[in-house]
Design a protein around this ligand. Sequence first.
Ligand code: FRU
Length: 553
Amino acid sequence: MKKRFFVAICFALSSVLNFAADKNVRPEPLAGGNIAIRIDANEQSKYLLLPIEEKADEARMQIIVNNDLRRNLYVRLARGHVDYYMPVLLDEFRGNEITVITHVGDYAKTACMSEFKLSDSFDKSNKEAFRPAFHHTPVYGWMNDPNGMFYLDGKWHLFFQYNPYGSMWGNMNWAHATSIDLINWNDEGIAIAPDALGSIFSGSCVVDKEGTAGFGEGAVVALYTSAGDVQCQSLAYSVDGGQTFTKYAGNPILTSDIPDFRDPNMFWNEDIKAWNLILACGQEMRIYSSPDLKNWKEESSFGSELGCHGGVWECPDLMKISTLDGKTSKWVLFCNINPGGPAGGSATQYFIGNFDGHTFTVDSESRYANGNSLWQDYGKDHYATVSFSNAPDGRHTMIAWMSNWQYANDVPTMQYRSANSIAREPFLYYGADKQLYMGSRPSPEYDNKGLDKNVKIKGSCKIRLSNDEGQEMVFTYDQKAMTLTCDRSKSGIKDFSADFDVNAVAPVRNKLTSLRIFIDNSSIELFGNNGEVVMTSLVFPNSPLKNVKIEKL
Ligand code: FRU
């Protein structure tokens, strides 16, 4: 039997009645200035396609099923013209009375009423020339921070901040992708969706091998920020290796009056035989411990007087890292900050020190005094970096979001926005000044894949990466000043933001002798001395900047 159901979409002004082109989508005026669009969806109607106009203001849409609120979405519904469509999957609502109420103030003049469509398919084929060839991107929609990454049974699991209803930030879900080689990624859909506590902000996962949380041995446990009227921390768990998650009924498990209280990062600490958690709280990081991932004891806080404070502290990580010869190990605390990065906007600062499971202290306060700090990557497009839990062979493997909040919503793609960096492995090294620094090397998965260009350099030089159309990205290595400067003023499209064409400058700690460069369709990741100096940058050229030329200075 053919089941039918209704979707009613209600707008805030009632005078629009530009009737829909799809005969199964029928606008009707409602009282109170709202407009309902009733939709007859048969079994072939897998999706309701929402017409999106990127520059339109967000409209609130409530999907109500049998009088229960099932979705609260903020969507840039088209008013003047449609830029693209975003799908709402109808499967879970089928067979019910559905009402979608849309609260928009000025829909009287909108043309979009006729543009809602039912469809049995949604075209996911790539439409973007700038889509990377070997970096992870969402198939469609908006992405920011990597979240809850872990490794299990040969698979890398990447979750990420995701908006399924538009290619700009909003409606935060955790989406999921998996890979066996850190190069090719499978889209695994939405993993954790917004609920009554709010949308799902960043967080972490651990593999709870002993079942300390009571969700079973080997359960994957996620802790994320519920972002509603306030920010608080909530748990979810998976008993099928991270494919599906169940939210813990006792959420939230950590609350505070601090408005910026987010991005929990948990890890097992063998030194204290307990879990630790590091959480961004305003202008400091708080450290907690727990026997069971549910009850967290606040141990200490770090950083209010140290490092950079030009923006909000976000997305922490904390881990023990060694020099390549294994002789020196230190704890390193990662603190993403936005704005306030060295080249403007977002960036990742790090603190080298000691951690006993309770308190983190830096080795040298003077390195972090008076607003000074150390940065993991001196390019403009490296943010929210965090590590995979349970990585093989005790590895620390990290991925960063390859963008900058200054212009992430404006970069010239539309089907999707943002890519992740290639994975990197942090290590410690000594600079010529005998001080300890942290570098990041490309993960070994990228070795011998032909994805990188390797060049030797000797003394000051310019490194030009160009295409045949004359577009270029120029790095200048000044051996006297010990700096590497990245200039993308001629790299292609840049007029979407005045903050894009700003030179980034990296301090060089040891003379540069080699460069390893990963050039993709819209990014350049440069690793000097195999990761001692790292610069990650977006570019939007007509064709990839694949020609590499070194000019001695
Ligand atoms: C960092 C961040 C996090 C937050 C998330 C929201 O980019 O602001 O602090 O959890 O993005 O999407």
